[in-house]
Every structure is written in structure tokens, then in C-alpha cells.
Design a binder for this molecule. Sequence first.
Ligand SMILES: [Zn+2]
Ligand SMILES: [Zn+2]
Length: 243
Amino acid sequence: MELYADWHTHTTYSDGRGTPEEVVAAAARRGLDEVAITDHGPRGMFIGVKEAGVFLKLKKEAVRLSGKYPVRVLVGAEANVIGMSGELDLPREVIEELDIVIAGLHPQVWCVPWWKTVTWILPNQVGRAFPRVRERMRRVNTVALVEAVRRNPLTFVSHPNLMMAVDLDAVAAACAETGCAMEINAGHHYDRDAVVRAALRRGVPLVVNSDAHFPATVGEQAEGAALLEKHGVSPEQVLNARS
Ligand SMILES: [Zn+2]
Ligand SMILES: [Zn+2]
């Protein structure tokens, strides 16, 4: 399966190690047609952008870089889901300016209201070592992610079921309603077969990305593409594949 774009990369504006220009240059070297810079939303603990206005600054930088390299440069954000009603850590006026809107669950975020950080995020951290706690949090996490899908104009959800457990079928059902895609993240190892199966059952679009935090791994998506081929997914169902 031929992928023409990588829509999930991080730069020094959040927790990535390369500048936007280094990411774009790497995408050009890989021969990608398109790359999206998608730094973490501002409520990520130690990993987020300093403030939401960074994304607007990146838009100007993207125009300059698109002119300099043979790659179309998009600007997106990997927003954090920070509340049970699917709230994201970006204001609407910033979301509306983005080319790619990603929502993801991460166990390092400051929630609204703040005490949810203690009652929701902390047990998820604990759950990484204790399967029973992990299972108990699955229901709560699912509600938050499903609401995020329903209430926001998302392009895709990042790495569903990584770090914070969710009911993949419920997430897929919500995605099927809104047209939101589910990501196969080539940068992390988790049960990605289950994500593909849930998407196939519900007819949800998929997208394969590197989640590169280093310029060297931009466009490293082969593992994800191979997984989709193994499951017989047609390129028509994959947003960043050439049919
Ligand atoms: Zn993520
Ligand atoms: Zn990411």
C-alpha cells in the first residue's frame, strides 16, 4: 500500500526533537507528497505547546516551507481530550484554522475541572501496572473519547487504545457516525490489529502515521501499511493511501 502523506509529527514546539524545517526536509527526503506538523495541545504535562497561538504561528511557517521544499506542508494539532464531555485543549477559533485536527487520550494532561486529573488521569497511570484498574477506567475513557468524536470536527483519533484503554467498537461506532478516521500509529507498539478489526466492522476510514518525534522517523509508516495489507484493507478506506 503506497502512502503519500504523514499526518502526525511533532517538533520542538512540543516534545519533538526537530524544528518544523527539519521535519519538512525529512519528509522531502522520504519522497512524501504531504506532511502535517501536529504538535501536542497545551494541556499536555511537559509535552504540550506553550500556548494555542503557536499553531497560528506554525501556519505562516508552513507557507514558507511549502515554497522551499517539494512537499505540501499542513498544520494540525494533536489535541488532548481533557474532560468527560469530550472537551479539547484548544479553542474553537484555533481548531477552525487547522488543516488536520487530531484528538487523543494521553495519561499526562491537566483536565477541566482540575480534580479530574486526580480522579481520571491518575488511575489511568496506575492502570498501566494494574490490569484491573485499567479495565475499570476503560468505560470512563470511552465516554470521553466518544464525546470528543461527536462534538469536534476531527480528522482522526490518534492511537486509540494505547496507554488509555477504550472500547474500540464504541469508538468506531462514533467515528462511523461523523466520518472521523481511526489511526494506525506506526510509532508505538500496541494491539493495532484490534483497531483495524473495529474499523473494518464499522466501515470507518483508517489513516497510517509515524507519530515521529525525530526528523529521522518522519515517514516511517511501513509497519502500519503492512498491517493493513495483512487485514486486506483496501486503499480506498485509508485516507493517506494512493488508490
Ligand atoms: Zn499521542
Ligand atoms: Zn503524537
